[in-house]
Each structure stands twice: as C-alpha cells, then as structure tokens.
Design a binder for this molecule. Structure first.
Ligand SMILES: O=c1[nH]cnc2c1ncn2[C@H]1C[C@H](O)[C@@H](CO)O1
Ligand SMILES: [Zn+2]
Length: 387
C-alpha cells in the first residue's frame, strides 16, 4: 500500500467560523441592539410604542417586520430602536454592547455607523451624541479584552439621504476624525433620494482628504452606483450589489463586464455586501443566487457584512455560514473576504497592514492547521476528515 497525503476536507465548522478573525465594514448601530436592551431601555425611558415587550417576541417581530421585501418598510422598524436611543446613557450602553457582541463573534475590526441627527430628541447635541457612542465603543473594547477578545471599533457618521443635514454631519465627521470617527456615509430610502443631492457634503470631505462610503445599488440600480462613484467620489459602496446588472453571463459561461462594472473591479472599489439584508429587502432571492458568488469568482473587492444584526437576526459568523452552505466556501475564502475588508477600511495604511499580517493571516493559519492536532496521526492511507 502506498502512503498518500490527502489534504483535509476544508469545510469550516461553525465554531471555526466564529473564531476566525473577521472584519466588518457595514453594520448599523441602531440595527444591532440586543432585543433585551431595547425592552429595558424602552421601560427606563417610558417609551410605550414597542410592538412587544418580551425580548424573544420582540426579536421575532423585528425579523418578520423587516422581512417585507421592500427597503422602505424595512426602514420603518428603526423607529423603535432609534426611539430608545435618545439619552447619553442609552447610547453608551448600546455602543458598548455592540463592541462586546461583535468581539464575541470573532470580529477584530469593525466600522459601525449611525446617524447622529436621529438621536437629538432627548436634548443631546450632535457632539454629545458622538462622544457618548465613542465612549461606549471604548468601554466595549475594554470589556471585550477582559473577556479574552480583541477588537477595534471605528465609527462612521451617517447622514439621512431624505433629510438636509449632510454637510453638517460631514463637518462633524471631520471634527472627530482623529477621535474615534473614521468616515462618513449616507443611508435611508434610496429611490427618489439620489446621492447627488448631498454633493456639498462629499465635496467638503474630499477637500479635507477624508473618507466616505455611500449606500448605493441596493434598492436602486446602476444609476445610483454611477452617481455615488463618478459624481460624489465614494471610496466604497454600501451594498453595491446591483452592479450585477452590468455583468452579463453568457450561455457558454463566459462573462462580459459593462463599463461601470469594469471600473468598479479595475479600481478595486470595495463592495460592502450584506446577504441576509438583501434577502429581506428583495435585492436578492436566495443565498445561493446572491450575486456575491459571481462577484467573488470575478475577483471584485467584495466584503461580507451584517447591515442590521437585529433586523436580520444575524451575526457576521452567520453570514459566513450561509455562504459556506451556499457556495462551499473554505477558510481560505473567509480569509480572502476578511483581507479584502481590512484593505478597504478607513484607518491608516500601516494599521491596516499590521492587522492583515499580524492578526488576520496568523489567525487563519492557526485555524487551518487545527486538523493536524485533532487526532491520531495518519501515517499511511488517508482519512477524510472535517475540519
Ligand atoms: O440597508 C440599509 N439601507 C439604507 N438605509 C439603511 C439600511 N440599514 C439601515 N439604514 C438606515 C436606518 C438607520 O436608522 C440609519 C442609520 O443607521 O440607516
Ligand atoms: Zn446599511
């Protein structure tokens, strides 16, 4: 009998996916509260409009209400989370728990976004909102470290695209750029609210050499992506999933990219893809049919994100689990997405590089070598193993 070396089957286990060092670029603070925290904050604030007061029922309510197939209806659910995030204490707590939850899920670097203009009803100023959230993130990072998890969290300040405060919020992002805020974003209903309405905000940030991403190509297609890139100068695309409309797969399997899709790929424009969120808003019909499969094969700068963990009842690990099931992804694929995300982060280049070389790659190397230490050494023949 000849001795053979057979590489281990590389489907990662759930536990390995959770322990893998992951990078998250698109996660909304007001879309990621723990259900029990929503209930407690509502009780403390005398907020009586929650549809359910039992945390499990409330979690289900969010998920089902967000499952509407329409971005506009999906966004209505945020009135309840934003409704209980109107005091300094509430903001500190939500931000702290966010950092802790992401760290426990194996996220080592996250950019978490929220719209300061939506948290002023309790009398806080824009600055007080930003400082409260920053404080919560720092507390969460420390708590995570004490629990054995390392994470860094940067804030992205979002302006709502239907409102008219984007320049003010861009200025706020610039004011806090060396103090916890790493960039700017616009969000909200896409149809009827083109990013070009906020050109003054983007031009201001470009003059300041600052960074921004734009929600584009989620509920609305190529024109929105084109404007975000070529008029507004976005560094990244929030979602950007509709870029698929500019990619033609022919019957013989060959692929033709249109001008815009070519530009996005050639310029390495990061796509902040959010599979579960897209299924809920109708931007994709199943994980297996999600454009991420093709975009990854075509080597777009694709990243995997949660968007709203509460509304989608998800985590970054769970997003990867869905993709592993749908596309057979391995730890190498998860590493590829994580390195893509880290390359695309808004922190300085040397820090991104150190994260990739000193945290992400060693983390995957350790995971990929686990099979070597899992059982009796096979000296001849081969064993098929999970791992
Ligand atoms: O996926 C989204 N598309 C557009 N807007 C969104 C999405 N998820 C959350 N938002 C909105 C609702 C939040 O209140 C706001 C700031 O986080 O951003
Ligand atoms: Zn989003």
């Amino acid at each position: 009998m000849t001795s053979q070396t057979v590489l281990p089957r590389s489907t990662p286990s759930r536990d390995q996916i959770r322990r893998a060092p992951k990078v998250l670029l698109h996660d909304h603070l007001d879309g990621g509260l723990r259900p029990s925290t929503v209930v407690e904050l509502a009780r403390d604030a005398g907020y009586t409009r929650l549809p359910e007061t039992d945390p499990d029922k409330l979690a289900l309510w969010f998920r089902e209400a967000a499952d509407s197939g329409s971005l506009e209806r999906y966004l209505e659910t945020f009135s309840h989370t934003v409704g209980v995030m109107q005091t300094r204490d509430a903001l500190v707590r939500v931000a702290r728990e966010c950092a802790e939850d992401l760290a426990a899920d194996g996220v080592v670097y996250a950019e978490v976004r929220y719209a300061p203009e939506q948290h002023l009803e309790g009398g806080l100023s824009l600055e007080e909102v930003v400082e409260a959230v920053n404080e919560g993130f720092r507390e969460g990072e420390r708590a995570a470290l004490a629990a054995g998890h390392r994470i860094r969290v940067g804030a992205l300040l979002t302006a709502m695209r239907h409102a008219a405060r984007s320049l003010e919020i861009a200025e706020l992002a610039n004011q806090y750029r060396d103090a916890g805020v790493v960039g700017f974003d616009i969000a909200g209903a896409e149809a009827g609210h083109p990013p070009t309405r906020h050109l003054d905000a983007f031009e201001f940030l470009k003059r300041e050499n600052n960074h921004f991403t734009i929600h584009a190509g989620e509920a609305f297609g190529l024109p929105s992506i084109w404007q975000a890139l070529q008029w507004c100068g976005a560094d990244r695309l929030g979602h950007g999933v509709r870029i698929i409309d500019d990619i033609q797969v022919r019957e013989d399997g060959t692929v033709r990219l249109g001008r815009l899709a070519s530009y996005v790929r050639d310029k390495r424009i990061p796509l902040e893809l959010c599979p579960s969120s897209n299924l809920q808003t109708g931007a994709a019909s199943s994980y297996a049919e999600h454009p991420i499969g093709l975009l990854r094969r075509l080597l777009f700068r694709a990243t995997v994100n949660t968007d709203n963990r509460l509304m989608s009842h998800t985590s970054l690990s769970q997003e990867f689990e869905h993709l592993v099931d749908a596309f057979g992804y391995t730890l190498d694929d998860i590493q590829w997405f994580s390195v893509n995300a880290m390359k695309s982060a808004f922190i300085p280049f040397d820090e991104r590089l150190a994260m990739i070389n000193d945290v992400i790659k060693p983390g995957y190397a350790a995971l990929k070598s686990e099979w070597l230490f899992q059982g009796p050494v096979v000296t001849s023949g081969f064993a098929e193993r999970k791992g």
